[in-house]
Design a protein around this ligand. Structure first.
Ligand code: NAP
Length: 292
């Protein structure tokens, strides 16, 4: 029977680290250095609204000042891009997040590209060679931390990522490579996905289909990370058939309580890093480089 990777518990630890970092920043550079985050929501999708509400609450608990901007579903792409441009130029705004999904008439690609990299708290514009010390895409960074906290070293292991989205699958594969894993990425055009997942020492799934990974697709003793977040009758469900997979895996993330809270915690990590850069505080990356 698999042991649980407790995303909530690790997220609480990460949030406490950010709160401490935020207070240290304020002590050194004054209140104006405090991290903040502007969260934009377009439309009134109840799941998105709930997520934005939780993210804002997380901010408050970690000493990051949240501002929520709610726009109607009819907001035009031009109006949203103009708002982002204004926020990019506003010196008081340190971090910007645009909650996805956006209404169909708005190009997600254009909107995400419009957010200035120095304010991109989701880390979607992170460099390909970014490591733990940089602002990285939140979900992959969160998954790497969950693995580390549970003593899973991916070096030399076969990690299979199912899904190749720009926000999860691709940066996830890169993070794994940077940590010396051997990586296979599957997607909707992969023939016989199960043939690959059965070879995975570490299986990371972000397909967006409830119960897509069944027990027979998992190698005995594998580590299973379920990024999927599907809402069935309003209840979040992962991409992995949890009950079956738990019989095969050695470690597994639950949904809810797994990757979700950790992704949100890594938004706070990024908000702190962006605020630190604003005051020219030596970042962990620079400290690390100095010691190499
Ligand atoms: P997405 O952009 O739709 O990407 C889904 C990926 O799955 C695509 O690469 C797609 O392949 C692949 N896929 C679809 N059907 C497949 C199949 N039958 N076999 C193999 N691969 C298949 O979705 P996303 O935004 O990355 O999100 C995916 C899921 O993760 C959603 O449930 C989302 O809610 C969740 N999510 C959770 C968190 C969290 O913090 N827990 C964060 C982000 C996302 P193609 O590229 O070929 O289309």
């Amino acid at each position: 029977m698999a042991a649980l990777i407790d995303g909530k518990a690790i997220a609480a630890k990460v949030k406490a680290e950010v709160a401490e970092g935020a207070e240290a920043l304020v002590r050194e550079f004054g209140e104006e250095a405090r991290p903040n985050m502007t969260l934009i929501e377009v439309g009134h999708d109840p799941v998105s609204q709930k997520l934005v509400g939780m993210k804002a609450k997380d901010c408050e608990a970690a000493g990051v000042i949240p501002t929520v901007i709610s726009l109607s579903a009819a907001t035009s792409e031009t109006k949203l891009l103009r708002l982002i441009d204004r926020l990019n130029r506003d010196d008081d705004v340190k971090a910007i997040l645009c909650q996805l999904p956006l209404p169909e008439h708005i190009s997600t690609k254009k909107v995400l590209a419009a957010i200035a990299p120095e304010k991109d708290v989701d880390g979607f514009s992170a460099r390909i060679d970014c490591d733990d010390y940089d602002v990285a895409a939140c979900t992959p960074a969160a998954v790497m931390r969950m693995l580390r906290e549970n003593g899973v070293d991916v070096a030399g292991r076969h990690c299979v990522v199912v899904g190749r989205s720009n926000i999860v699958g691709k940066p996830m594969a890169i993070q794994l490579l940077l940590n010396d894993a051997t990586v296979t990425v599957c997607h909707s055009r992969t023939e016989d996905v199960a043939a690959y997942t059965r070879m995975a020492d570490v299986l990371i799934v972000e397909v967006g289909r409830a119960g897509y990974i069944t027990a027979d697709m998992i190698k005995e003793g594998a580590v299973v990370i379920d990024v999927g977040m599907n809402y069935i009758d309003g209840r979040p469900t992962g991409d992995v058939d949890f009950a079956g997979a738990s019989q095969k895996a050695s470690l597994i993330t639950p949904v809810p309580g797994g990757v979700g809270p950790m992704t949100r915690a890594y938004l706070l990590v990024n908000a702190l890093k962006l605020a630190e850069r604003r005051v020219g505080k030596e970042t962990d990356a620079e400290r690390k480089a100095d010691h190499e």
